[in-house]
Design a protein around this ligand. Structure first.
Ligand code: SR1
Ligand code: MG
Length: 401
């Protein structure tokens, strides 16, 4: 253990009590509070602190200077915790209904206190239960449009933008993405985890010279295109849902990068779930309907994003960006990038280090390989054809038939 790490439950409780302020009267008056560690992510520790009757609760999240699931052999800078707090606050300023409220950031303890969104459940579980989430696409499109527009050069003063780019330099988190998205899946890397039934497909991927050129171009843009403040890790595990509400959490990978990266990560979350549902157990008709719903969510997300982005861009104070046709040009670039980054996410969740519950829930390795093969093939085609695709949903549908 290190000196600032929470020593025990009492320490977490005292920290929460001290930092919820006047918002939670019950925390000040309750004699005893309870705490449970609820983190199921790869990197940090997450605690829920609540009153015995659970009428009031908050989340405390603490980062240690290494990757939780790996240990001290994979060090990780604590700057990520400040960046998470500041990105969360920026997102709350853009779309307060779509993120948990930030209550406190404590630099000395590398910890954040935030609103408990325990009445929502993780989107991965909602996907597995084939939940119908009629507002999800629209809400994610709005989240993306408002955060990506308001942190861009279209919205910010020139000096302010550059100061923010500097403040959100996040090299250790970016390096994780640079390696796990753009290197490992495309070679026989020791970090990879590959279903033996998919081995031949992975080996074919490693020989695919044309694909590697496209992936390198996507990586180059990821490294050197500070277009907007990204969430940086917008997979289904970072999203919590109720039927009528969406909350995006966990922006510790925040940095200024290509806007299409967040959009593509989100589209891939839907398409990965769709790949899994083609092979998950269940009645054929139900599965087909759910896959169609997931595809429709992707279309709705992009439409909502583009509509909201156009509306905001119409008010840009910058004379260059206000010229007719510019917003459409930027949208076209973002879509092409998004398809490429979605392709990378589909591939890295299939043969890379970090797998996803939706695919891992298919217990039979041969059946799982069928779903993974769809993700690989769809991912590859999205990357290769991203500059010229006209009917994206038709392409996705072909891979899910
Ligand atoms: C070692 S971290 C692995 C993955 O978990 C995070 O949530 C990111 O998606 C990262 O790529
Ligand atoms: Mg995370």
């Amino acid at each position: 253990s290190i000196d600032y790490q929470f020593r025990d439950d009492a320490d977490v409780i005292a920290f929460a009590r001290q930092h919820v302020g006047a918002r939670y009267l019950a925390f000040a008056t309750a004699e005893a509070l309870q705490v449970e560690e609820i983190g199921d992510g790869n990197i940090n520790y997450v605690y829920r602190v609540c009153t015995p009757d659970r009428s009031a609760s908050v989340i405390v999240k603490q980062g240690l200077p290494w990757v939780r699931i790996i240990g001290e052999s994979w060090p990780l800078s604590l700057v990520r915790v400040r960046i998470e707090a500041e990105t969360l606050q920026f997102e709350a300023d853009c779309a307060p209904d779509l993120v948990p409220a930030l209550h406190h950031f404590d630099e000395a303890r590398s910890a954040i206190v935030m609103e408990d969104i325990g009445d929502h459940r993780n989107l991965r579980h909602a996907f597995l239960e084939r939940a119908s989430l009629p507002q999800l696409g629209e809400q994610m499109g709005r989240f993306l449009a408002t955060t990506l527009y308001r942190s861009s050069d279209l919205a910010l003063d020139a000096h302010d933008k550059k100061a923010r780019v500097a403040r959100f330099i996040n090299p250790d988190q970016c390096k994780i993405t640079e390696d796990l998205f753009f290197i490992d899946p495309f070679c026989d890397h020791e970090r990879n985890s590959i279903n033996p039934a998919l081995r031949a497909d992975a080996e074919a991927l490693w020989q695919d010279a044309a694909l590697k050129v496209e992936v390198a171009e996507l990586k180059q843009r990821f490294l050197s295109a500070p277009e907007a403040l990204l969430h940086g890790d917008l997979h289904a595990g970072s999203i919590f849902v109720r039927e009528d509400s969406t909350k995006v959490i966990d922006p510790e990978f925040g940095f200024f990068g290509p806007a299409g990266f967040d959009i593509g990560s989100w589209l891939a979350a839907l398409w990965l779930a769709a790949c899994a549902h083609t092979e998950l157990e269940g009645e054929q008709g139900d599965k087909r309907d759910y896959v169609a719903q997931l595809r429709a969510q992707a279309v709705a997300s992009w439409e909502s994003f583009a509509r909201e982005y156009r509306e905001q861009a119409a008010h840009t104070p910058d004379a260059s960006f206000a010229a007719p046709g510019v917003a459409e040009r930027l949208l076209a670039r973002m879509l092409r990038d998004a398809l490429g980054y979605a392709g990378c996410e589909l591939i890295r969740r299939t043969v890379g280090l970090a797998h996803i519950l939706e695919l891992e829930s298919i217990s039979d390795a041969t059946t799982r390989a069928r779903a993974e093969r769809r993700a690989l093939a769809l991912g590859r085609e999205l990357i290769m054809a991203r500059e010229s695709l006209s009917d994206i949903d038709a392409l996705v549908a072909r891979h899910l038939a």
